[in-house]
Design a protein around this ligand. Structure first.
Ligand code: ATR
Length: 272
């Protein structure tokens, strides 16, 4: 049976085996997918071992996404611009690196009927998570994407890297001058129970707010967005399943259905 796995450290918490095994069952693909804890300084050795054992592909999560980019022989544009790889495919002795996180986000937004074309998007954060979604978001032809970050110099550096006239950068205080159609929280603030300090005036009753983080409860950002009267709040569980679906398609050439897997994950989260 074809072997796949996800490398990370820590990795026990990963829901990727459940997601990929469910995709495989639903699409009748014969494959096995497991987690692999790699030593913090043993990532590339672990990948080589897996290739030697006949592994077909792998996902990569924290903290190895940048190293995965370095060991790739070939890269997609979206992986190169993201500066990170979450999907490795092993073909004819070569390592092909891709990044499906941004596509996963875009698919989840579109699945939730969020209009991206001609929209004004506010992207919060300028770290790895934000960087990974910029190119796929630009591909949806938004009117503009404002990247707001606590440390403004990092947002500036990001827009210089992409060099696209639809991108601008600002600090959180300056977010007050506009209302946005879509606000995406790509900061890690939710992981520590914090809220990015953006202006309340950014949200109207038409604004959709998305947090890449998910959990049993709404994140602080989504609680705040609801209190501001946002049209819709969405957490990152669909992005997680969405990025897995794009990886699955790269490996198997089959598009898995995501809806039921998202529902299953939501109900298992609710029981935790
Ligand atoms: P990731 O890969 O999750 O993006 P990262 O590269 O370390 O992680 O980036 C974390 C992002 O979350 C940064 O944009 C960070 O802002 P700074 O650049 O100012 O550090 C942002 N962040 C983390 N905690 C935050 C908080 N409490 N409020 C606002 N932004 C926060």
């Amino acid at each position: 049976m074809d072997q796949y796995l996800v490398f990370g450290n820590p990795i026990k918490q990963s829901r990727s085996p459940f997601i990929h095994q469910t995709f495989a069952k639903n699409t009748k693909q014969a494959l096995n997918y497991e987690t692999k804890l790699a030593d913090l300084n043993g990532f590339s050795v672990a990948v080589t071992e897996f290739i030697n054992q006949g592994g077909k592909g792998a996902n990569v999560t924290v903290p190895f996404k940048e190293q995965a980019l370095e060991i790739s022989d070939e890269l997609s544009d979206r992986a190169r611009l993201a500066g990170a790889v979450n999907t490795l495919t092993f073909i004819n002795g070569k390592i092909i690196g891709d990044n499906t996180d941004g596509e996963g986000l875009v698919h989840d937004l579109l699945r939730n009927n969020v209009q991206l074309e001609n929209s004004r998007i506010l992207l919060l954060g300028a770290g790895g998570a934000a960087k990974g979604v910029i190119l796929p978001l630009l591909a949806q032809n938004p009117a503009s994407i404002v990247i707001a970050n606590r440390t403004i110099s990092k947002a500036d550096a990001l827009i210089n890297k992409f060099g696209d006239s639809r991108l601008t950068a600002c600090g959180f205080e300056q977010t007050s001058i506009n209302v946005y159609d879509v606000i995406i929280n790509a900061t890690s603030a939710s992981l520590s129970g914090n809220l990015p300090a953006i202006a309340t005036t950014t949200v109207s009753k038409k604004t959709v707010c998305y947090d890449m983080v998910y959990g049993k409860e709404l994140t602080p950002f989504l609680v705040w967005a609801k209190a501001q009267g946002a049209a819709k709040v969405i957490d990152g569980i669909g992005m997680l399943v969405g990025q897995a679906a794009v990886s699955f398609h790269i490996w198997r050439g089959v598009q898995p259905e995501v809806e039921t897997v998202i529902d299953q994950l939501k109900s298992s989260l609710a029981q935790e």
